[in-house]
Design a protein around this ligand. Structure first.
Ligand SMILES: C[S@@+](CC[C@H](N)C(=O)[O-])C[C@H]1O[C@@H](n2cnc3c(N)ncnc32)[C@H](O)[C@@H]1O
Length: 186
């Protein structure tokens, strides 16, 4: 069972930061793939890869794919499509059913306006509450509910850096050199 996130409607001029955050949440909250639909934005992809290089993870990344064709192909291969939208069914009413299907899931998140195609092709239109907020928040809450909180304990075997929880300051363990040290970087 794998979970991919398809970011639809990315506008390179204004969405770089938020789309990067969608990718980072996908990685950190247990998704297996991040797909940037219809556009290639090297800066976004580069930022996500840079985080993976240091903090680990094997998130599959692709960009510039035709979003509509991707969704249809995903379904043709037996996966389900979950479109996150405030207009959908409340997450509390569908999350157990979605988890219980035990199928590959493609999560679609939009930017400004998502065309009717995605509402119609989705197996589930899921609302993280019925108020407008953010694709980053919506994705995080969906994955958290899906994994029932376990994803926050994920560790990434290929990480070069691991955080040592600290009540104050930043403590980071460098795995490659097998030495501990303080870091001021994010
Ligand atoms: C800035 S919002 C756009 C909201 C816009 N009014 C719409 O739904 O067309 C960008 C994306 O965030 C996600 N989103 C925002 N609020 C949400 C909510 N309450 N539930 C689920 N997804 C949400 C959706 O994926 C949406 O496409």
């Amino acid at each position: 069972m794998k979970i991919y996130v398809l970011r639809y409607g990315h506008r390179p001029g204004r969405d770089k930061r938020i789309t990067t955050h969608v990718g980072l949440v996908a990685r950190a909250f247990g998704a297996h793939g991040f797909i940037l639909g219809d556009v290639i934005d090297e800066k976004v992809i580069g930022s996500i890869k840079k985080v993976m290089e240091r903090w680990g993870g094997n998130l599959y990344i692709d960009a510039g794919v035709d979003s509509r064709k991707y969704v249809l192909e995903w379904k043709r291969r037996g996966g389900i499509v979950v479109h996150l939208t405030m207009y959908g069914l409340h997450i509390d009413d569908v999350i157990d059913e979605i988890r219980g299907l035990n199928k590959d899931i493609l999560i679609v998140v939009g930017a400004e306006k998502v065309p009717p195609f995605f509402y119609e092709v989705a197996d589930y239109n899921v609302a993280i509450g019925h108020q407008p907020h953010s694709e980053v928040a919506a994705l995080a809450v969906f994955l958290d509910r899906f994994y029932m909180g376990k994803e926050l304990h994920l560790s990434f075997p290929n990480a070069k850096l691991i955080i040592v929880p600290s009540p104050r300051g930043k403590k980071v363990k460098k795995i490659a050199e097998e030495e501990e040290g303080e870091s001021t970087k994010d």
